[in-house]
Design a binder for this molecule. Structure first.
Ligand code: PA5
Length: 444
């Protein structure tokens, strides 16, 4: 993985990035020494290098039980208990695998990340004749969206497959002691994995939260962790500032923000990376959007969105910058055929790889957007595989910690997420929320 900041740096004062080194070093020291706000949530920082072979073997063995006994596995979770697994699985999956008659891997479906009645009704209907299992993921063990979906899925699984098989194909990933998910797992005798206390949801993809579903989907979690481990070394404290991609990324985005660039758009040119963008938005949005501050993290899938959001990016308010994830090499090969009649006028592309066309769209867009006043950072990933995705994950996590401290916020809490929950519980009459119910009724 490589970070190129040249097309962003040209929008800053000459030497601004290098001159920012002391602040970045201080932020990194705060992170490494654990002296900053939220320091009880730094379990992710040296997680890759501390994951043991035994832990990975346990995850793989559990994944194998699900793979052998299920044609469909439902991953129930929301936010940090959902997006990381989906980001990795979708980045690595054959887009059409689930439509194939003969499948190599169980179909992975996500639930517990919304409260759409139609979605859940259609899901339960789809599962009626399926051998399915469930991974119930919730750190608190009490999140309404996930708990509601799990209540439905647990009952359906037991009714369809019997209590004994359900016990085999339902796995919990939750807190060691507290929460309803833990109580249920212990009472029912489900296999369970622990989410460490000191790892917050959005930093938890390299815990069983992400690793178990990724292993069930058939991907190599050892390589994923190895990629993250190598990036942990590449971004460690002793690495010179300009050679540390996380430090440089954190620096540039904060300098651009101070210069009025309030929105960062993460860009991909591979539809498989769509959920990587969703994961990144949560990571940065929840970590930095507080105390009236923070870059607004947005994302686009190019070239698709060049035909929709492209206009705004080219000519709208100049309050944006882009960070492009560029995948160097496509995993498959497809060449544009020549056509004798050339009715579509595309013979100028004949013989070229589709990826070459994509790369020229990417280069052309970068030139146009930079000309249009949009600073561009570029992250180059050699190819989409477990190792490189692992690198990308840790790169963004480390940069997020540094960036949050540079901004002067606690990057590891999310107090703002509670506001809607309190109102929803009061409106639904949850016991213990009587005072809030009265206060809300007065407002309605
Ligand atoms: O990052 C976070 O802390 C949140 O997005 C949580 O992961 C999300 O709210 C789900 O919480 P839980 O895992 O407790 O169900």
């Amino acid at each position: 993985m490589k970070l190129n900041i040249a097309k962003a740096e040209q929008f800053l004062q000459a030497g601004a990035v290098a001159a920012y080194e002391p602040q970045v070093k201080a932020a990194m020291e705060t992170l490494e020494k654990g002296t900053g706000a939220g320091n009880d949530f730094l379990g992710w920082l040296h997680l890759p290098s501390s994951i043991t072979a035994e832990h990975l073997a346990d995850l793989k063995a559990t994944a194998q039980v699900l793979r052998e006994n299920c044609e469909v596995v439902i991953v129930a979770g929301i936010g940090g208990s959902y997006l990381g697994a989906r980001a990795v699985i979708e980045a690595l999956s054959n887009t059409f695998e689930w439509l194939k008659e003969k499948k190599e891997n169980p179909v992975i479906i996500y639930a517990g990340n919304n409260i759409g009645e139609d979605y859940l009704a259609e899901l339960t209907e789809f599962l009626k004749d399926k051998k399915f299992g469930v991974i119930n993921i919730s750190k608190s063990g009490t999140t309404t969206e996930t708990a509601l979906a799990f209540r439905l899925l647990k009952k359906q699984c037991e009714d369809q497959r019997g209590k004994e098989m359900a016990r085999k194909v339902i796995v919990a990933v939750t807190d060691a002691k507290k929460g309803a998910a833990r109580v249920t797992a212990d009472k029912e005798g489900y296999k369970s994995f622990i989410i460490p206390d000191n790892v917050g949801g959005r930093f938890s993809v390299l815990t069983p939260v992400g690793l178990l579903p990724i292993a069930v989907a058939g991907y190599d979690i050892e390589q994923l962790v190895q990629g993250a481990r190598d990036m942990e070394a590449e971004t460690a404290e002793g690495v010179p500032f300009m050679e540390n991609p996380s430090a440089v990324y954190a620096a540039v985005r904060n300098l651009l923000y101070a210069d009025g660039k309030k929105i960062e758009i993460l860009v991909n040119y591979q539809p498989k990376l769509h959920y990587m963008m969703e994961w990144w938005k949560q990571l940065y949005g929840e970590s930095e959007g507080k105390d009236g501050k923070g870059i607004f993290p947005a994302s686009v899938d190019f070239s698709t969105d060049l035909h929709s959001m492209g206009q705004w990016i080219q000519e709208g308010e100049r309050s944006i910058f882009e960070t492009v994830i560029s995948v160097e090499k496509a995993n498959k090969t497809l060449t544009v055929p020549s056509d004798e009649e050339n009715l579509d006028g595309l013979n100028f592309l004949a013989g070229k790889r589709v990826d070459e066309v994509n790369k020229m769209a990417e280069l052309g867009t970068q030139l146009a957007h930079v000309d249009g006043g949009v600073p561009n950072l570029r992250i180059t990933v050699p190819q989409l595989d477990e190792y490189n995705i692992g690198q990308l994950i840790y790169f963004f996590e480390k940069a997020c910690g540094i960036s949050g401290y540079l901004l002067g916020v606690n990057p590891f809490n999310q107090p703002g997420v509670e506001a809607y929950k309190k109102n929803m519980f009061a409106l639904l009459g949850k016991p213990g929320y009587e005072e809030e119910t009265k206060a809300i009724q007065a407002k309605l």
